[in-house]
Design a protein around this ligand. Sequence first.
Ligand code: SF4
Length: 296
Amino acid sequence: MSRADIKVGFACNNRCVFCAQGHKRRDIGFIDAAELAGRMRKAFAPGRGLVLTGGEPTIRRDLVKLVALARAIGYAPIQVQTNGRMLAYAPLVDRLMRAGVTEFSPALHGSTAAVHDALTAAPGAFDQTVAGIENVARAGGLLLTNTVVVRDNLSCLEDTIRLLGSLGVRQAQLALVHPVGTAGELYDDIVPPIDEAAEAMARAIRAGRELSMRVVTEAVPPCLLPGLEDAVVEERIPDTTVVDLDGELFGFSTWRTDEGKAKGPRCGECTRDQSCEGPWREYPERFGWDAYRPMA
Ligand code: SF4
């Protein structure tokens, strides 16, 4: 299976301190609807799914129409990647599902308003996102949540997973922050040492398993998750084509493995060398390769 990730613009009602698109958010708003329609047609292939992403898709007034067009083109499944705040309006959830959304991927970055609202720089965001998740669960929509793992939420990752479980989420992703964009600018404040992040993520995976949730991780190689290697999501990510600001089709999967991620001097000794992508290259560039020990 393959999927197209189409960015519908970069405007957002959050100001996340770890945003990989933060530099675009400051300068670029929405992409024109007619232009987006052309991009959706160009990126389509039989059997291809679609992720509408940004920026924040749900603050577009025409999102329901875009979803209906995506369904008419033939995309399936159709996912909306969102900060989840607008989903607090239950009628919007219903309209999106009727138009063709099959998956919602809201982002919750902490177990409390204090943590989440500080990371998103948006007072009230936590309450809205939680309400949004509840609305999707009540409507019977599929929820695949995302939590970006940074220094300031390591201590509450387990509680975040437990909270998501209590809201009806069955599948949650913990994505180690990619230190580019705003996160790259604020590297020392945002990016946790990878071994500390992996330990906190392992505890959260186990907490999710106690609740029969499927918790997966992104950007943490299997050597850092001993006994939990099956949580590593990279081996299962569909081949992804991204349509970014310039409208060109960009082979993101190839870029991710060939340029975005890096392998270390001892990875050739590792039994997972063929399937492992390694970490985002900005981690070993700053912290070195000592934490990545070949698996037997
Ligand atoms: S290939 Fe390298 S980064 Fe991947 S699991 Fe093995 S040692 Fe770790």
